[in-house]
Each structure stands twice: as structure tokens, then as C-alpha cells.
Write a protein that binds this ligand. Sequence first.
Ligand SMILES: Nc1nc2c([nH]c(=O)n2[C@@H]2O[C@H](COP(=O)(O)OP(=O)(O)OP(=O)(O)O)[C@@H](O)[C@H]2O)c(=O)[nH]1
Length: 138
Amino acid sequence: MAKNPTWTCVVALALNDHGGKWLMHRRPADKHHGGLWEFPGGKVENGETPRVALVREIREELGIALGWETISPVTFAEEVPVAGRNGIVILLYKAAWDGTAVQALEGGEVAWFTPQEIAGLAKLPLDIELAQHLFEKP
Ligand SMILES: Nc1nc2c([nH]c(=O)n2[C@@H]2O[C@H](COP(=O)(O)OP(=O)(O)OP(=O)(O)O)[C@@H](O)[C@H]2O)c(=O)[nH]1
């Protein structure tokens, strides 16, 4: 990403529990966008591919070891560019939960929701769009 400083790449995971529910993370109150719900994930760091970053972020944030081959891309969403700051492009992947314990290791909370429940959560702007792409569009 160092050679493309005009946007910030963020990766996120839609984790499915096999029973119709999906995992969401509520950001800690003291952080940017605190108290809002998001698909867990984070920023891609220099030298990482998006998939490598997702495996790292999910291990750090949830304590889950994601198998490289178990995640697949779903959709993406991007901010409208604003002069003077990097816009965010967020790439959403999905995976099926393997049953290991999920924890909110970096604060906030995690919980499982149906798509209908997710529609009613207070979410970050791009996560609203990701949820629509994931659940509402063919
Ligand atoms: N998922 C998501 N993240 C967003 C949106 N808009 C936006 O600015 N972000 C920002 O994208 C970053 C996601 O990366 P992260 O989860 O690793 O960030 P972080 O809180 O650990 O670090 P930070 O202290 O830089 O915010 C956060 O800074 C988050 O606030 C959005 O609509 N959805």
C-alpha cells in the first residue's frame, strides 16, 4: 500500500455460525466510531495482502485461527473521496465458523445476529453498505 497513499485498505469478515447468524463487533466507546457495530477486521498494513491482513486481524481481535482457504471474497464498499484525507476501501470476506471460542480481545463486544437483526444495528457507514450487499442483493 505504500505506493498508493491515496486510499486506506481495510478488510472485514462476515463469519457465519451455520445456523443463520453472523458475528458482529461493537467498537469500544473510547475509539473512533465508538459504540457502533462493524464486521470484525482492520487495516491492511504495509507488506500485507488483504487476505494475510484479515487472518492477522481476526486472530488479534477474536482469537480465531482462520484457514487461508476457508475465506472467500464477497463484496467491497468505498468512501466518497474527501479532499485532504485518504478514503477507505473496505473488502469483505466470508467464512464459516469452526466452533472455536470467539472473544473481543481488543475491547468492545462481539455477538451473533440474524441478517434482520443486523439491519437494525447502529453500524459504521461502510458496514451498512456491506450488510446490504451481503444480505439484500442477489
Ligand atoms: N469497518 C469500518 N471502518 C471504518 C469505516 N469508516 C472509517 O473511518 N473506518 C475506520 O477504519 C479503521 C478500521 O481499522 P481498525 O479497526 O484496524 O482501526 P483501529 O480502530 O484499530 O485503529 P484506529 O485507532 O486507527 O481507528 C478504523 O479507524 C475505523 O474507524 C466504516 O464505515 N467501516
